[in-house]
Design a protein around this ligand. Structure first.
Ligand code: LLP
Length: 433
């Protein structure tokens, strides 16, 4: 009945997540706080892992796209489930390594990997570089040569597939800062060049067409385009590609209006498509990789806030100010993202008031939900903003020197902190007197 599977209501009528009253969580940890249901995360990760095994005839590996939510605990959790991870920076890579993620299951992305990041990745033997451009390819080859190693790579390819999503999170089209283009011959040139390099071993092709996608069709087009390219590399240049990485991008429910995405059905269709194209082209089945981020953690998490004041401007608008804002959730200000909120003490109350839920940052655009339909809200009420598990903590900031909230995981009636609340002293940590 709620958009997040782990949400429910206890017999006092209070909203619960993972079997724990959110009122108790707020009392124990304070607000704002991110609360994430570990069982939902595990379930989502297993859907990808098990469906690829079930429907795809070849080998497969799911890489959790950790830009969605990164900390030591999540890398540990997904690696115990047999997943690898996609990292896009030295910081994510370092965290994954420190959490014990096996290096060979780390795929290193990013459109401008610095020399230091390349060194960190090569020195630690990451599984694969997803190379963005030729400058980077040369840098990787030079460094690998200097330490006498050979590095496995895939190129990030712009397949020219347009996905219907926000333009800031659309990435597969030619006007994108990511990757090499197919239609101009840039990708073909890149593979020819890489095949001649002394310390580079080509293993794969990669594409990521965008995020928060609800249709299956763009993924199907991406499979066709990418496999035609694999055939071309083999037939024209004798370059053998053994890994097909289709990136992430599956949508989640942010509001009741969003459609439910049947991930398992998507995977079965994608698998059928690959199986079919490979058979038609006498191609051996590549290892299939997928990089879901949002769809693993997004609908597992919520943010708990306390209402500080309610300001009614007659005939204009009612602002409900909360004790967090764009510093913990910048997605409204960045993408006009929509969210749904629930009153913790009255989650199913008659939603007959229209209010704008605003943050506490010194910025007029600091809004979490514009024109939310809510039951009557008063100061001191606890508010849960739903489906904030992805791209919230990971995109949070210390704007206005606001400390980051803690991240609390709940499961089977138990709670634990996986990231502590920042203190004012944490904020001063790098300041000189
Ligand atoms: N793989 C690659 C190469 C990616 O670039 C991304 C996302 C993913 C996988 C994971 O995509 P997902 O399954 O999470 O949709 N900050 C934006 C989203 C940016 C996504 C960037 N790349 C947001 O808050 O919507």
């Amino acid at each position: 009945m709620y958009i997040m599977e782990g949400l429910s209501k206890n017999n006092q009528g209070m909203l619960t997540l993972g079997g724990i009253s959110l009122k108790d969580i707020a009392k124990k940890y304070g607000t704002p706080a991110y609360v994430m249901d570990e069982d939902t995360i595990v379930k989502n990760a297993c859907v990808y892992r098990d469906a690829t095994k079930k429907y795809y005839d070849g080998e497969s590996l799911i890489l959790y796209a950790s830009k969605a939510f990164s900390c030591k605990y999540i890398y540990k959790l997904v690696s115990e489930l047999g997943l690898g991870t996609d990292v896009v920076s030295g910081g994510e890579l370092y965290t994954a390594l420190k959490a014990g993620m096996p290096a060979e299951k780390i795929y290193f992305h990013g459109n401008n990997k610095t020399p230091d990041e390349i060194k960190l990745a090569v020195d630690n033997n990451v599984g694969c570089f997803v190379v963005d451009n030729i400058t980077e390819l040369n840098r990787i080859n030079d460094y690998a040569k200097s330490v006498n190693k050979t590095v496995d790579i895939a190129f990030r390819i712009k397949p020219g597939v347009e996905a219907h999503t926000h333009e800031f999170i659309m990435t597969g089209q030619i006007d994108s800062k990511f990757g090499v283009a197919l239609e101009t011959g840039e990708a073909e040139e890149a593979y020819i060049l890489a095949s001649k390099m002394s310390n580079i071993n080509i293993v794969g092709v990669h594409c990521h067409i965008g995020s928060q996608i609800f249709d299956f069709q763009p993924f199907e087009s991406a499979v066709e385009t990418m496999l035609s390219f694999v055939v071309l590399l083999k037939e024209k240049h004798n370059i053998i590609v053994s890994q097909l990485n289709l990136g992430g991008g599956y949508g989640i429910k942010y509001t009741s209006q969003d459609a439910h995405v049947p991930y398992e059905m998507f995977i079965s269709k994608i698998s059928d498509k690959i199986n079919k194209v490979c058979e038609e082209n006498n191609l051996s089945k590549p290892m299939l990789l997928m990089e879901p981020g949002r769809s693993i953690v997004g609908a597992a998490g919520l943010t708990l806030y306390t209402v500080g004041n309610v300001k009614n401007i007659p005939n204009v608008r009612t602002y409900v100010s909360i004790d967090g804002g764009m510093s913990d959730n910048p997605r409204y200000i960045l993408y006009n993202a929509e969210y749904e909120a629930k009153l913790v003490s009255n989650p199913d109350g008659q939603a007959d008031e229209t209010v704008t839920i605003a943050g506490k940052c010194c910025e007029s655009g600091d809004i979490i939900i514009k024109d939310a339909k809510m039951p009557k809200i008063s100061e001191g009420d606890l508010l849960a903003v739903l489906s904030t598990g992805a791209y919230n903590y990971s995109m949070s900031s210390n704007y206005n020197r606001i400390p980051r909230p803690p991240v609390v995981f709940v499961s089977g009636g138990k709670d634990k902190v996986v990231i502590e609340r920042e203190s004012y002293d944490d904020i001063l940590k790098n300041d000189k007197d």
